[in-house]
Structure formats: structure tokens, C-alpha cells
Design a protein around this ligand. Structure first.
Ligand code: FSO
Ligand code: SF4
Length: 545
């Protein structure tokens, strides 16, 4: 195996024996083969679009399959074998449809578009199609950067899709870009252009998801979220999918079972539509990587709607349920919606009733709900505070949390920030400082949480609005610094989206991606001022200069 798609990759260069995330060699190889299969399908999908052949099932399959391969989403080898088989059959069907429509299948197609072996040879096939099959390290780096951006894009597209929002331009780009990663005639410059184009579609998909979420559930608003517990049995829901949450809240209402959020589901509390459920009690615990302790003390069933799943400990494995793209061998899986009906959570609810109430691990409240609409409602206050000098600088500290000790930097950085600065955050990175009680500036909290990682879009909307209010011609002239923490591939698309919007001098940590070759890193440094982090003191001086 060789995998270097996330921040925790072994030695910063690549996992080769087993994933630091817990992914086995077998699953890593099958993920490679699935991605290879998707690239082959994409070759036909591009041609099919030219012939006006519409195949929503193919778009959906590619989107979900990409999402399955995101770090900490799916560890179940059987699910990958099934997907590869389904992919091969979809690929053949699409090819036949192209022929029927009068298209000519080129004779010199890439192996990805023609290979087929029996299941018992999948592992052997996978060995020749992984990341290292691309020998030139810069081309490899750009192909992977693009592919990881597509994974993030697919994840956000999938959430929007679940709320019945989709855009064909996003699918068309995903397919075009996947096919392009097979094209040996493309040079580094062409791939850089595609990476930047991915940023544009990243903005589009986040805007689409924002529309889907806010149209369906209302605009997030200033909310105090309880972090203590009540005395009822309960279900803990994690991941990012709001549709799953909605259906769970409806089905648990009146059953005596409470619902709590974990990790990236915390921002669900900010939506008006979920406030009417008084059994939607609060948030339990912290970011994803602490689940090995927090799932234990929660006592009730835990429901993972998307990443981030950590291989469950035996002590609570029988209480874990997955759904959608998430999977783990031996863990119960809630089937997808069929015939327009909601998912069936009766097993989860029955399980919860047999469990004791959660053990309290903390008490109090956290504040959030500062997505674009709420911040813009406060715009006058914010603008006045900037003009009067009460707020000197904003720090965008969005992104991810993770288990590496070096991430303590972000807690220390938040603590060390001067009192006249405000943190704008989104994603699970917030858990590094959202319980520090950093105070407020004239009623504006010093930590403004916009929501999940996908709500980083809100931060861009806020920045663009401030640029307009202050009459600036460049978003980089605002008193905003970017000190972003990354972990997995959704952070990659968020980063590319910010670059597309013209944001410069983003600092990325705790380490720069292992998949950036020295030359590709140089392009990002020279054109966009991307930089790593050093230590709190030096970085603060740099940012405040
Ligand atoms: Fe991921 Fe980051 Fe949102 Fe976290 S980008 S790691 S758990 O913020 O979740 O998907
Ligand atoms: Fe390693 Fe990250 Fe890949 Fe897991 S996802 S195998 S930790 S690089």
C-alpha cells in the first residue's frame, strides 16, 4: 500500500504498512483500485456528455465512491469490492450506450477504461494502479492534489444531493478531472490549471450546499449549545449529514430517547429547524479523534453519518452504527433511503432504550451559529468595531482537529492572540479553543463559529462582504489572516476554493501536505504565499506585523 492523502500520513511521507488512521493494506489497495475504476468510467462519462447522454446514476456512483475513500470514512473491504464490481458493470453499460448513440470508442483507451479481472485478482491489479504508478513526482503530486480536491468536492456534493440539490456542472468537472489524471500528454502546467479550476467548482459546491442547508433548515443563528447531559438514554450522532439528523430527530421524538451531537455535527444546533426538538439535548465531547474515550462514556448507541470514524474499540463496537458512505466490518449499517422513504432507525432507538444515560464529562455551554447570515446581521457592529480599532484583526482558523500533539499549537495560538482580535472558525478545528472562554469585544464573541468544515464558505462570504463595505479592491487588504489546520481531503477543496477566491498568504499546519512535491509546493508558495507554521510567538509577530 501507499497512501499519503491525509495530514497524519506516516513520517509525513506516506503510509506503507498500515494506515496511521487504521486503514489496512487490503482496504488501501482496494480504495486505489476503486479510484482507478472511477477514472476509467470518467473517460466514458466525458464522451457520453458530448453525445448528450445523461446518466445521473453514474454521477451518483462516482460521487459516493469518491466520498467512501476519504480518510476515516470506510474501512470495510467488502464494500469496496462491491463498489469496484458495480463500477466495472456501470462502465461497460455506459460504453454500450455510447456505441448505440453513434459514438466511436477510441482504440487506444487507457487501461483504466478497459481492465477487468475476477475478484480474487483485485489485490494483484491494485498493486499496479496506485499513487506510485505515476513516476514523475510533480505529475504525481498534482494528480493527487486534484484527486483529493475532487474527493472533498464529492463529499459536499453528496450532502447537497441528499437534500435534493445538485448541479450538473459539478459532476461534469469531477468526471473531466478524473479522466485528466490518466492523460500522460498533460504537462504540469495543464494540471495546475485543473487544480485551480477545481477551486472554482469548490466554491460552487459549497455555495450549493449552503443553499441546500439554509433553504431546508433555515439560516444558522447565534445559539448556546449545552455540553452537559440529562438523565435519559440517548443516541450520539456524528459526521456531517443533516438529513440523517432530521430523520433521526423525527423518529426519536416522544420515545424517551435523547439525541446528542458529536464532532462535526455540533453546528446542527445552530439551525432553526432543529430547535423545535426538545430531546435534541446538546453536544457531547469534542473532535472526532477523541471518540475512543467519549464513545465509551456515552453509554448509548453512536451513529456515524459520514467521516470521521476511528476503528472502534471492542468496548463500544456493538453500539456503533454506520450509514451512507461510512462502513466498518462487523459494525451495523443502516440502509439507504428507498422509494422516497426515510431511513429506518428503529433498531438504534430500541438499542438506546436498553442503555444507561450518558456519563457527564463536562458542563456548561458553547456559543456558535455565526454563519454568513448571522454575521452579516451584525455587520454594522462589526464594521464599527473595526473602524474604532476595537477589533484589530480577524484570524481565520478554520479546518480540522486531529490527534497529533503538534496541534496544541492552535490552542496556544488562540490563547496568545491579543484581546482585540477575533477568530473566525469552521470545521472541527474549533475544538482546540471553543471552550477557552476567550470573551467578547463589545458583545461580539472572540470565537465566531460558522459551522462545519463545508461552512468555511460562510467565512469567504463574510470576507467578500467586508471587502465591499470597506470599499477595498482586494480581499487581501482586509485585516484578516489565515492560519488553517488541515487533516483530510475536504480541507483540500476548502483550500483550493480559497485560492480561487484570491486569498493569499494562507498558513497551513500543523504540517504541509506530504503529497506536495517540492516543486508543486514551490508553485503554491510563489503564486499564493502558502506557508507552514513555526511557533506561536514568531507566527503571531508575523501575522500582526
Ligand atoms: Fe474533515 Fe476537518 Fe469536517 Fe473535521 S475537514 S476533519 S471532523 O473538520 O470534519 O470533514
Ligand atoms: Fe495514512 Fe492518512 Fe492514508 Fe490513513 S488516510 S493510510 S493515515 S495517509
Amino acid at each position: 500500500m501507499f497512501c499519503f492523502q491525509c495530514q497524519e500520513t506516516a513520517k509525513g511521507t506516506g503510509c506503507t504498512i498500515k494506515g496511521v488512521c487504521g486503514k489496512t493494506e487490503n482496504v488501501a489497495n482496494l480504495q486505489d483500485l476503486l479510484i482507478y475504476t472511477l477514472k476509467g468510467i470518467a473517460v466514458y462519462a466525458v464522451q457520453a456528455r458530448e453525445l448528450s447522454i445523461v446518466r445521473p446514476d453514474i454521477d451518483k456512483f462516482i460521487m459516493e465512491s469518491l466520498f467512501c475513500t476519504i480518510t476515516n470514512a470506510n474501512f470495510d473491504k467488502n464494500r469496496f469490492v462491491e463498489r469496484i464490481q458495480e463500477g466495472l458493470s456501470l462502465r461497460e453499460g455506459l460504453k454500450q450506450e455510447i456505441i448505440k448513440a453513434g459514438g466511436t470508442i477510441p482504440a487506444d483507451l487507457h487501461d483504466a477504461a478497459t481492465w477487468n479481472v475476477p475478484v480474487d485478482q483485485f489485490d494483484a491489479k491494485a498493486a499496479s494502479v496506485g499513487v506510485l504508478a505515476t513516476e514523475n513526482e510533480d505529475v504525481r503530486s498534482l494528480r493527487e492534489l486534484l484527486t483529493y480536491g475532487l474527493k472533498g468536492m464529492a463529499a459536499y456534493a453528496e450532502h447537497a444531493y441528499n437534500l435534493e440539490y445538485q448541479e450538473s456542472g459539478i459532476f461534469a468537472f469531477i468526471e473531466k478531472a478524473l479522466a485528466a489524471t490518466l492523460n500522460d500528454t498533460l504537462e504540469a502546467g495543464d494540471l495546475v490549471a485543473l487544480v485551480l479550476e477545481a477551486g472554482k467548482h469548490g466554491v460552487d459546491v459549497m455555495a450549493l450546499l449552503d443553499k441546500a442547508n439554509t433553504t431546508t433548515y433555515g439560516n444558522p443563528e447565534l445559539t448556546k449549545v449545552n455540553i452537559g447531559v440529562r438523565n435519559n438514554p440517548a443516541i450520539l450522532i456524528s459526521g456531517h449529514d443533516l438529513k440523517d439528523l432530521e430523520e433521526l430527530l423525527i423518529q426519536t421524538a416522544g420515545t424517551g430517547v435523547d439525541v446528542y451531537t458529536h464532532g462535526e455535527m455540533l453546528p446542527a444546533h445552530y439551525y432553526p429547524a432543529f430547535k423545535k426538538y426538545d430531546h435534541f439535548v446538546g453536544n457531547y465531547g469534542n473532535a472526532w479523534y477523541k471518540q475512543d474515550k467519549e464513545f465509551d462514556s456515552f453509554n448509548g448507541p453512536i451513529f456515524l453519518t459520514t467521516n470521521c470514524l476511528v476503528p472502534p474499540k471492542d468496548s463500544y463496537k456493538d453500539r456503533v452504527y454506520t450509514t451512507g458512505v461510512v462502513g466498518f466490518e462487523g459494525v451495523k449499517h443502516i440502509p439507504d433511503r428507498a422509494d422516497g422513504k426515510a431511513k429506518d432507525f428503529s433498531a438504534l432507538i430500541a438499542h438506546a432504550k436498553s442503555c444507561s444515560a450518558p456519563t457527564e464529562i463536562e458542563t456548561g455551554e458553547i456559543i456558535g451559529g455565526f454563519a454568513h447570515n448571522q454575521v452579516l446581521a451584525l455587520a454594522d457592529k462589526v464594521v464599527d468595531a473595526v473602524k474604532s480599532g476595537a477589533i484589530k484583526r480577524f484570524f481565520v482558523m478554520a479546518g480540522c482537529d486531529g490527534r497529533m500533539k503538534s496541534r496544541d499549537y492552535y490552542t496556544d495560538f488562540a490563547k496568545a492572540l491579543p484581546q482585540d482580535t477575533v477568530i473566525l472558525t469552521a470545521g472541527c478545528a474549533k475544538y482546540k479553543y471553543n471552550k477557552l472562554n476567550l470573551g467578547d469585544i463589545g458583545g461580539i464573541p472572540r470565537v465566531l463559529d460558522a459551522g462545519q468544515c463545508n461552512d468555511s464558505y460562510s467565512l469567504a462570504v463574510i470576507a467578500l462582504k467586508l471587502k465591499e463595505v470597506f470599499g477595498l479592491d482586494d480581499v487581501n487588504k482586509l485585516p484578516i489572516s489565515y492560519n488553517i489546520a488541515w487533516y483530510e481531503q475536504k480541507a483540500v477543496i476548502v483550500l483550493l476554493a480559497l485560492l480561487y477566491l484570491g486569498v493569499k498568504n494562507i498558513h497551513l499546519g500543523p504540517t504541509l501536505p506530504g503529497f506536495l512535491s517540492p516543486n508543486v509546493a514551490k508553485v503554491l508558495v510563489e503564486n499564493f504565499g502558502i506557508a507552514g507554521i513555526s511557533n506561536v510567538e514568531d507566527d503571531l509577530k508575523l501575522f500582526m506585523a
